[in-house]
Design a protein around this ligand. Structure first.
Ligand code: V47
Length: 410
């Protein structure tokens, strides 16, 4: 009997219940029963491990238990699997091997010194052209006024201002360091570092030396978008491409600066491009280790008209889990609550994520693109989201030194 005939013959067992006299159970009883309605991609009867319903996940589980590296085919299978629970189990297993039930967060604040930008990326609603009179540019006092001494990390990312000199960007770091010597500064993406090298006519190494001397501790992972030349041509053709982005991070790692990495997903990229992106990051980490975390950034639709709908929560969860399993050499995967939404981010803690970023306090990039999450959250809210997921909250600093372990219950 073909699959379609099985469905046709048994469809009546799932008709909505009609009123009957007296008590009646609505549990499915008629033959052939619910096993006739399994997803066609799932064949649990052919699998030896009842954890999985998708044969490709069982193959992946076997590879992992033999210590084998996953490849592109595995990545594509994970991003497409209908067995979302099986994938979560694998990713959570790997995360638990590394970190137990700990989930990390930092008491931090984002600062975006200017939204004026000489680039014109089609996905970005935050940046404004320099000719747009609505752009803003913060003074050093504006920036210092946003910082309080209890913060552990300042995360700075900016537009590429048409008039600011490299010295101003350096001064931002230096003045924060002088005023708040204990706060760690995670600043400037590879896109900005490349821009500084160009406007100052210095090498990337010289730029880093000057920034380290001013007080830089680490680098965020933004600006990577998707390492696909096709997507770059479509969406951000004036921005640096994969080779340049990876090279800035390579140099940072070689100079001892820890960095993060990101992917912007859920716009025009293909699943293959997502997997290729992750594999290029893994390759760089093998060659020049230094990544602390990978952050899947869910594209916020904003005013861009690139897509009718955002990526689904399940797509986001599969992307988190896939990155945990493919990026076997990057210690942390972040569930970035700003873009996933707080609830999905909390669920992602059972899909391989080991970090929730932090309090953030003032997020502008996703919110310029109509993100529905709050613009910042209190420490207590993060504790709640982590505990709700059955995990143990650990407050960290910018480079993952433990600040405080919190009890399971408040
Ligand atoms: O590079 C721009 C992205 C990034 C949109 O390293 C958008 O710890 C979604 O990189 N929808 C900046 N994303 C943010 C970033 C980041 C965030 C949190 C933690 C870390 C870290 C880094 O935001 C940009 C770009 O890829 N972006 N527009 C948008 N509409």
């Amino acid at each position: 009997m073909s699959d379609s005939m099985e469905y046709a013959d048994t469809a009546t067992t799932l008709d909505p219940p009609r009123p009957t006299r007296g008590a009646r159970s609505h549990m499915p009883t008629a033959s052939p029963g619910p096993e006739a309605f399994l997803h066609p991609g799932l064949r649990p009867e052919r699998l030896s491990d009842p954890t999985f319903r998708d044969p490709s996940l069982e193959t992946i589980a076997k590879k992992l238990s033999r210590g084998e590296r996953l490849d592109k085919t595995d990545g594509l299978a994970m991003l497409a699997t209908p067995d979302v629970n099986g994938l979560a189990t694998l990713a959570d297993r790997r995360k638990t091997e590394l970190w137990g039930d700990q989930v990390f967060f930092v008491f931090n604040r984002q600062i975006n010194p200017t939204n004026a930008c000489v680039l014109d990326c089609k996905f970005c609603d935050y940046a404004l052209r320099p000719s747009n009179p609505d752009h803003y540019a913060m003074s050093i006092d504006d920036i210092l006024g946003r910082i309080t001494p209890e913060l552990r990390e300042i995360h700075i990312v900016s537009g590429l201002h048409h008039r600011w000199k490299f010295e101003y960007y350096v001064d931002i770091i230096r003045q924060i360091r002088l005023a708040f010597p204990k706060i760690q500064i995670k600043a400037w993406t590879a896109v900005e570092i490349d821009f500084f090298a160009k406007i100052s006519k210095k090498s990337v190494e010289e730029v880093f030396e000057i920034l380290i001397d001013a007080g830089l501790n680490s680098m965020p992972g933004g600006g990577a978008e998707v390492f696909s030349e096709r997507v770059r041509q479509e969406l951000f053709r004036h921005k640096i491409g994969a080779d340049e982005w990876l090279n800035v991070h390579r140099i940072a790692h070689q100079m001892g600066i820890p960095t993060n990495s990101t992917i912007l997903y859920g716009h025009i990229e293909t699943m293959e491009e997502r997997v290729d992106h992750m594999l290029r990051l893994r390759e760089l980490e093998d060659e020049a280790p230094g990544f602390l975390a990978f952050i899947p950034l869910e594209f916020q639709l904003g005013y861009s008209n690139l897509r009718a709908r955002s990526a689904s929560a399940v797509d986001g969860l599969r992307t988190v889990a896939t990155s945990r399993l493919l990026l076997d050499n990057i210690p942390h995967i972040k569930a970035y609550w700003v873009m996933l939404g707080e609830e999905t981010a909390s669920i992602a803690l059972n899909f391989g994520a080991s970090d929730m970023d932090g309090t953030i306090l003032e997020e502008k990039i996703a919110h310029a693109a109509k993100a529905e999450s709050p613009i910042g959250v209190a420490r207590d809210r993060l504790l709640h989201l982590i505990r709700e997921a059955g995990k143990l909250p650990v407050e960290r600093d910018a480079v993952y030194n433990v600040v405080r372990r919190y009890p399971k219950e408040s």
